[in-house]
Design a protein around this ligand. Structure first.
Ligand code: ZN
Length: 344
């Protein structure tokens, strides 16, 4: 279904109605956008995606396939939504509405079928379903059914030992059968965080990775709370090394060429230059966050009493936020009591 095939002019296509809408789709022709998108999807699903997890390939190459695969996914998803965008030359609400309606319909039917097969549906969002079953055969049955009835390729993406769903947002945390902790939307968030916070986070993931039963999960929750409390207190008490609090960012061009904005690492680089330290593009600038007006100090000149502890607590909060939310733990509750103690 595409621009030229939605609500076509053939009277004999009028009864090919999209579920839950008043739109119909041509039976005689296939739209060119549909061909192209279908083709790109096949390329992604049959070539790039399997290659990205092919263990026989070197890691670098696998990661490259992963990047292409994800880029294609973004493009494919956007290719549907764009028909509902007014500025798009082929703006066509029936196409956008029909696409969404078909997706909803397929999703609903799949949930119904899963339940019919005795599978417990835990959670679902747009294009994925979290189901609980002991019987692997049932999943194959569901996949075969979707292929036949909906012409839809369902795929068993991941197996979780356990998953926790947050009550508030579309957020979940799971541990896969391979022991990988999977938090929705977490990837890439940890790129530039100091070792102190990175280590704390790793420690927490290790706690969650070990869980084998519901009882252990409750224990893991308590241990996670303990962990965060101790890290929070360590920050408040100055029990850290400046090295562990430092950010490491590469200077990609000379400091004079940052005109519009001055990112923290460039401010730190300028401070180094002012003190007679030579800095060239390609250097890794190591700095800590401080309470002075610049907000940064190069690691080699920083003193502990300059550290902006509140800033680091903010990083701690934002790093753990998502995981804690999924676990139903309130960061402020953990640290709240402690900060009160500090006043007394
Ligand atoms: Zn037609």
């Amino acid at each position: 279904m595409r621009y030229e095939t939605a609500r076509c002019l053939h009277p004999e296509c009028r009864d090919n109605v999209v579920p839950e809408t008043s739109h119909w789709i041509c039976r005689k022709r296939r739209g060119i956008q549909s061909e192209i998108i279908g083709c790109l999807r096949d390329i992604r699903v049959r070539w790039y995606k399997p290659k990205s997890s092919d263990r026989s390939l070197p890691e670098g190459q696998r990661r490259w396939y992963g990047v292409v695969q994800r880029a294609l996914k973004v493009f494919l998803n956007a290719a549907y939504g764009v028909f509902g965008f007014e500025e798009f030359p082929l703006y066509c609400p029936p196409v956008a509405e029909s696409t969404a309606a078909i997706a909803r319909y397929a999703f609903k039917k799949t949930v119904e079928k899963a339940r019919e097969l005795g599978v417990k549906v835990l959670y679902g969002d747009t294009d994925s379903l979290f189901i609980k079953t002991e019987d692997e055969e049932v999943i194959n049955e569901l996949v075969a059914w979707a292929k036949k009835e909906l012409k839809l390729d369902l795929e068993l993406d991941k197996r979780y030992r356990y998953v926790v769903f947050s009550q508030r947002k579309k957020n979940y945390l799971g541990v896969t059968d391979k022991g990988v902790v999977d938090v929705k939307g977490l990837t890439g968030k940890k790129a530039h965080i100091p070792k102190f916070i990175k280590d704390a986070f790793e420690e927490m993931l290790n706690i969650l990775r070990e869980v084998k039963s519901e009882e252990e999960f409750e224990k893991a929750k308590r241990r996670s709370e303990e962990l965060i409390r101790s890290k929070y207190q360590a920050l408040k008490r100055g029990e850290y090394s400046l090295e562990d609090l430092s950010f490491r960012v590469m200077l990609s061009k000379s400091v004079e060429r940052y005109v519009k904005t001055t990112p923290p690492h460039v401010k730190a680089a300028k401070k180094l230059i002012n003190r007679g330290v030579a800095v060239v593009p390609g250097d890794i600038i190591t700095y800590v966050k401080t309470r002075d007006s610049d907000g940064v100090e190069p690691l080699e000149f920083a003193r502990k009493d300059q550290v902006d502890v509140d800033k680091y607590i903010e990083y701690l909060t934002s790093t753990f936020e998502q995981v804690l939310d999924a676990l139903g733990i309130d960061f402020n509750k953990i640290t709240g009591v402690t900060s009160l103690e500090y006043f007394m």
